[in-house]
Structure formats: structure tokens, C-alpha cells
Write a protein that binds this ligand. Structure first.
Ligand code: 4AD
Ligand code: MG
Length: 451
């Protein structure tokens, strides 16, 4: 609880917040007040008369004295002198009653969802995770850069881009176009970005180490517990990097360091998740302790999957992407820990990944974590002009459109690599929440964009 407008002594304070619960007793009443800034609110002690209009959800300003508490839940409580109701709340229709609400129900009331324990805790974990990643990159002397949201390229080449309508009706047609016809705002098709990587590569090609944190957009067609149409990604690009093993090590350090930061900074919120959300959480977080994350090649992964007794819906086969069921098997059951899968066949990966000497696989990785599957994707980038150009042609890209990207390989090209961490999946990982739509305040998925 953040106690605002504290007067000079602890004795007389003023707090703002929302009523979480009220207990009216014969001689004295109690109300739990929370302003959302921490898991624990403060218990207010009131007279029956003062508590009369306090119902769950009411916003209040209370003045009183902080006193030692005799209860075991908190060490201080507020002996209230003055109550000011800021906004009434109709107890009969308030959608958040003092009982367990399902995630499905809470999703229906996303305008009030942050008032629930789970979602206010999530907002704090989200905030803390952002700081954790920021600290990590800054400590390692990365520059934060901004990459654009509107782009004319499709980084991942998976045809999941949202094309934006560039037809533009001028507000004052006569000023721009005497015929009043629609104008094309841009001179070429423009999309919402699916990844900031290509632009981050531009920046790293001059600034050495950069990272971005921004929203990305993908027109995912299926509804799953780990896909959104709009999600956030941390992306790093590192110049002068030659070994995939070094990229793996750096990625692992990044995940560990951010997770440690959250565990140390928000123990009450994390304890709440441990206790209530998911028994698997403890083992997930424990899997971060001690041993290195497992590493195996794609070929080894296919062999493990093919030799397992598990009946998969999709038969694992060399040359095909790992399906969610395969990824989960590898992380949850085979490794029971985060696992890097490296060196996928070039045929199932994007054009920019660096070709290995075998001419068949690329120097890339996916980091799979228990229960979720892929959390991070990364690779060395193809820094050799001819190889990159031939990959572009092989993948059917319009080379002229990507000349600027090829140019980076022409004027002082350097070996480099990077990765993208799905931030919302990372929050699933640390909180144990099963469905990605429950870690995002305003989820956008197929058929879902309420307001
Ligand atoms: O593996 P992806 O597609 O990699 C890239 O976009 C690279 N250009 C990143 C880079 O190297 N700079 O996406 C990266 C991560 C995935 O590992 C996954 O965690 C997350 O983004 N992700 C999604 N998260 C939520 N909803 C979706 N539809 C997602 N698609 C990918
Ligand atoms: Mg990927």
C-alpha cells in the first residue's frame, strides 16, 4: 500500500484507495483498503457509522492514525477519524464479488479486472519484469533503440502480417486533391511490424549492441493459450558475435537475471502466484536454479521425439517445424527444464539466419520452457552478401525491396546475432498463468478486440 500525503509524523495520515472488503461488527468495523500499488492493502478500523456507506469497490479517502496492529496479518492499521467517499459502488451490481471468479469471467470484465488480486499482482510483475530486462541490458552496455511499428517489410516471412489500409480520405479534400478522391497515403503496401529485428540490425551495424522493447502484431489465425495478435517483445542485436554458444549463454543470463530480479523484488506477489495459480510454478522457477539450461540440436530433438513412447497428434519428422505438443514434451517431460533447441533446417526458418557449414542447417535456436514451449527465438544473422542474397531468392523475397538490408552486408558487414523474447509468454512463465490472454490487460486475438 502506498500511503500518500503522509503528514510529518506517522501518527496522522491520509490514504486513497478502493475498498476490497468490509466487516461490520457490533462495536467496530474493519475495511481493507488497497490502492493497487502493492499486494497488501491496509486495514482500516472504523465505527459502524463510518462504515455504513463503504461497500466493496467504493473509492475512498480516509484520514486517521497509524497504530500498531494486534492482528497477525499486518503490523500496522489505520484508526480512522474521517471518511470521504470519492465514488460510490453499487454492491448489488458490482461485478467483483468477494468470491472466486473464473479467468473466463474476469476476461469479460476487463475494465474492472485489475481490481482483482490476480490482475493487480500481474500488473506489478509486468512492471517489475520490464525493469528486470532494462537493468540487464543496461548493465551489459546495450543501447535501447526504437524500431518502427509501421513497416514495409515482413521480417518473419510467415504471411501473418496485418496490412494497414493506406487509402486516405483527406479531411479537407480540396486542399490535397481537388477531385476529392481517396489518396494512397504511402507509396507502397505498409504493415504493422511483426518484429523489430531488421531495424535493430541496422542500428547494431553502427552501434554494436542494441535492444528494443515494443509491441508487435501477428494475424494468428488459431486461438491458443500462447498466441496473441498483439504482443510485446524484447529484441537484442549484438555485433561482432561469432558463436551461437555465446548467444545462448547471453540469452540464458538474461532470463535468469530478470527472473531473479522479480523474485527478489516482489516476493509477496510471487508467493501469491505460487500458492494459488499453479503448482507447476515452483518447479518452473526452480528449474532456473543451478544447472545450465539444456542444449540439444534440432536433429537430436527429432530423434528423442521419434524414439519416445508418446503418441503425438503430429508425427515428428525431420524437416518439419516442432509442434506445440513436441515442444512441451521436450521441456516438460524430457528435460523438465528450459531447453535450447539449435540448428534447425534452413527450410523451416526465415531467410536472415546464418547458414551452417553443412549447407543444410542454420545457426539458430528456440528456447523452450516447461508448460509454454517456445519463449525465445534467435540466431546468428547471415552477414555474407552472396549467401544472404541467395537465401532471399530461395525464399521468394523481392530482393530489390530488401536492398537496404543487403547493403548492411556491403559496407563494413560484421558477424552478428540476436534474439526476441516473447514478453507476455515470459510473464506466463514466471506467474504460472496458463492462458496468455490472462497476462495481458487488453488481449487482442482472432475475433477479440473489445475496446
Ligand atoms: O520466434 P519469433 O517469431 O522470432 C522473431 O520474431 C525474431 N525476429 C526475433 C529476433 O530474433 N529478434 O518470435 C519471438 C518470440 C517467440 O519465441 C515467442 O515467445 C513470441 O515471440 N511470440 C508470440 N507471443 C505471443 N503471441 C504470438 N502470436 C507470438 N508469436 C511469437
Ligand atoms: Mg520462433
Amino acid at each position: 500500500m502506498c500511503i500518500v500525503n503522509t503528514t510529518s509524523t506517522d501518527a496522522d495520515i491520509e490514504i486513497h484507495g478502493w475498498v476490497k472488503s468490509v466487516r461490520v461488527q457490533k462495536n467496530v468495523s474493519f475495511a481493507e483498503i488497497n490502492d493497487g500499488l502493492s499486494f497488501r492493502g491496509i486495514q482500516a478500523i472504523l465505527t459502524k457509522e463510518q462504515a455504513k456507506e463503504l461497500t466493496t469497490g467504493t473509492s475512498v479517502k480516509l484520514r486517521g492514525r497509524l497504530v500498531e496492529s494486534i492482528g497477525s496479518e499486518q503490523n500496522r492499521e489505520l484508526q480512522v477519524d474521517q471518511v470521504e467517499i470519492l465514488g460510490k459502488c453499487d454492491a448489488a451490481t458490482y461485478p467483483l464479488q468477494k468470491k472466486h471468479h473464473s479467468f473466463d469471467y474476469l476476461r469479460e470484465i476487463s475494465h474492472l479486472r485489475p481490481r482483482s488480486n490476480t490482475f493487480s499482482a500481474l500488473a506489478r510483475v509486468r512492471n517489475c519484469a520490464i525493469t528486470g530486462f532494462e537493468n540487464f541490458f543496461q548493465k551489459n552496455e546495450f543501447l535501447r533503440v526504437h524500431t518502427p511499428i509501421l513497416t514495409a517489410s515482413d521480417c518473419e516471412g510467415g504471411s501473418k502480417v496485418f496490412k494497414i489500409s493506406t487509402s486516405h480520405q483527406p479531411v479537407r479534400p480540396t486542399a490535397c486533391n481537388s477531385s476529392g478522391n481517396n489518396l494512397e497515403y504511402f507509396d507502397k503496401p505498409v504493415y504493422l511490424t511483426v518484429s523489430g529485428q531488421l531495424h535493430a540490425e541496422i542500428m547494431a551495424s553502427s552501434l554494436s549492441r542494441v535492444y528494443t522493447f515494443g509491441p508487435v502484431f501477428r494475424a494468428e489465425e488459431s486461438v491458443t493459450s500462447r498466441h496473441l495478435a498483439e504482443f510485446w517483445m524484447h529484441e537484442a542485436e549484438i555485433a561482432f558475435l561469432t558463436q551461437l554458444a555465446d548467444l545462448l549463454e547471453f540469452t540464458e543470463e538474461c532470463i535468469r537475471s530478470t527472473t531473479t530480479h522479480i523474485l527478489e523484488s516482489l516476493s509477496t506477489d510471487i508467493d501469491f502466484f505460487r500458492k494459488w495459480i499453479d503448482a507447476h510454478l515452483i518447479s518452473r522457477l526452480e528449474s532456473l536454479n543451478g544447472a545450465q539450461f539444456t542444449r540439444m540440436t534440432y536433429t537430436e530433438a527429432i530423434n528423442i521425439l521419434s524414439n519416445s513412447k508418446r503418441k503425438f497428434e503430429f508425427t515428428p519428422k525431420y524437416g518439419t517445424t516442432l509442434k506445440s505438443e513436441h515442444e512441451k514434451f521436450l521441456a516438460n517431460e524430457h528435460c523438465r527444464a528450459p531447453v535450447f533447441i539449435t540448428d534447425y533446417p534452413k527450410s523451416i526458418k526465415p531467410f536472415y539466419m546464418r547458414m551452417n557449414n553443412d549447407g543444410e542447417t542454420v545457426a539458430c535456436f528456440d528456447l523452450l520452457v516447461p508448460k509454454i514451449g517456445e519463449l525465445v527465438g534467435g540466431s546468428l544473422r547471415e552477414e555474407r552478401y552472396e549467401q544472404l542474397e541467395s537465401q532471399m531468392i530461395e525464399k521468394g523475397l523481392n530482393v530489390d525491396e530488401y536492398q537496404w538490408y543487403l547493403d548492411l552486408r556491403k559496407y563494413g558487414s560484421v558477424p552478428h546475432g540476436g534474439f526476441g523474447i516473447g514478453f507476455d509468454r515470459y510473464l506466463q512463465f514466471v506467474t504460472g498463468i496458463d492462458n496468455i490472454r490472462d497476462v495481458v490487460a487488453f488481449p487482442r486475438a482472432v475475433g477479440q478486440c473489445r475496446f
